[in-house]
Design a protein around this ligand. Structure first.
Ligand code: PLP
Length: 371
């Protein structure tokens, strides 16, 4: 028997890689210098922060810079600041996919309350955006187009490169929320800003980053000591920065191995859950996500019956908020179908045996409920 609970919620967060932990420890225990001090201890810390910045940048397009933030949510809020200047140029419309994570969607809704026109671009029953419809929606008034790379709830992969081309063509900026795809998938095309998070790539929580294309002007989000090029003041945590850097470097080193391992787990899981219906595109998806439903199931009950598996009903980010999943609703699922959906997220540290055991526990409990 495996150790319980079996962790199958890798879209909510990932365990910290042991190599990441080991890299961080000296920066919490021994090297306490402020990276913004000019003496030797400060310079050592600053050098470590810059190495980490390079490690993150290595997975991102060349023509840009990386700013550390406290989370991807903060990075996204920072990126949205660009719409202020665009408004002065007569661009007062924001377009984001209807299936975006709350970090993008709710920020866009806030700007709507500040007078921007907001388009929540629909997705189809597979969870994918139609490029024709998006092209028709983008116009001379569009300031910013926001699209995620991999959806956190249903794992589908949006055509980010094509979306970025449409935005660029019309002079709008393009923000990619790459939180669930960074370190796993290439990010290509004329994207202007990319948000990512440490805790989704086997790194620490409370650190993220925003990559910004050269030439894109970002207004300051946090005023103070002028750190992070005056855009995001506040003393950086060298431990968190080196942790994120190491996590990114490990993703780069292990990309093929991680991919093969997770693809293996996904094939096994799909065969074990063949009685369930997959929510979202079957093929254009990240293999580490399986969002599935079974008619008639009460997922709240299922979760309390299956305490040996840590998995999620809908979006873990929205859980506890009482809000039904807006992503599953955007696919056209009704309230009952949404309530009968679960999300399983596989990661680097899951084994085939764990997937088998979890499937056994979940399927047994589901059968008992539906009998
Ligand atoms: N965007 C997506 C797609 C996510 O999955 C998450 C977290 O679940 C976020 C943004 C927010 O990331 P953070 O927790 O670093 O703020």
């Amino acid at each position: 028997m495996r150790k319980l609970p079996i962790y199958l919620d890798n879209q909510a967060t990932t365990p910290v890689a042991p190599e990441v932990f080991d890299t961080m420890v000296p920066w919490m225990r021994d090297h306490y210098g402020n990276p913004h001090s000019s003496h030797i201890l400060g310079r050592q810390a600053a050098a470590a922060v810059e190495v980490a910045r390079e490690q993150v940048a290595a997975l991102l397009p060349a023509a840009g810079r990386v700013l550390f933030t406290g989370s991807a949510t903060e990075a996204i809020n920072l990126a949205f600041g660009t719409v202020q200047k665009m408004r002065q140029q007569g661009r007062d419309q924001i377009i984001v996919l209807d299936s975006e994570h709350a970090a993008v969607r709710d920020t866009a809704l806030w700007y709507q309350r500040q007078g921007f026109e907001l388009v929540l671009q629909p997705v189809d029953s597979d969870g994918l955006v139609s490029l024709e419809a998006l092209e028709a929606a983008i116009g001379p008034r569009t300031a910013l187009v926001g699209s995620m790379l991999v959806n956190n709830e249903i794992g589908v992969i949006q055509p980010v490169e094509a979306i970025a081309a449409l935005a660029d063509q019309s002079g709008a900026l393009m923000l990619c929320d790459a939180v669930q795809g960074f370190g796993r998938l290439d990010i290509s095309g004329h994207v202007d800003m990319i948000a990512l998070s440490g805790h989704k790539i086997y790194g620490p929580k409370a650190i993220g980053a925003l990559w910004v294309r050269d030439g894109v002007e970002l207004p300051a989000l946090i005023h103070g000591g002028g750190q992070e090029q005056g855009i995001r003041s506040g003393t950086l945590s060298p431990a968190l920065c080196v942790g994120l850097g190491k996590a990114a470097a490990l993703c780069a080193e292990r990309m093929d191995a991680d991919h093969a391992h997770i693809a293996n787990l996904a094939v096994k899981a799909r065969s074990l859950f063949s009685d369930w219906t997959i929510n979202g595109a079957r093929d254009q998806r990240y293999a580490g996500n399986l969002n599935i439903r079974r008619d008639g199931l009460d997922v709240g009950r299922l979760m309390s019956d299956v305490r040996g598996v840590a998995f999620s009903a809908g979006s873990a980010c929205a859980s506890g908020s009482g809000r039904p999943s807006h992503v599953l609703a955007a696919l056209g699922l009704d309230a009952k179908q949404i309530k009968s959906s679960i999300r399983l997220g596989f990661g680097r540290y899951n084994s085939l045996e764990e997937v088998e055991q979890a499937a056994c526990l979940i399927n047994d409990a589901a059968e008992k409920q539906l009998r």
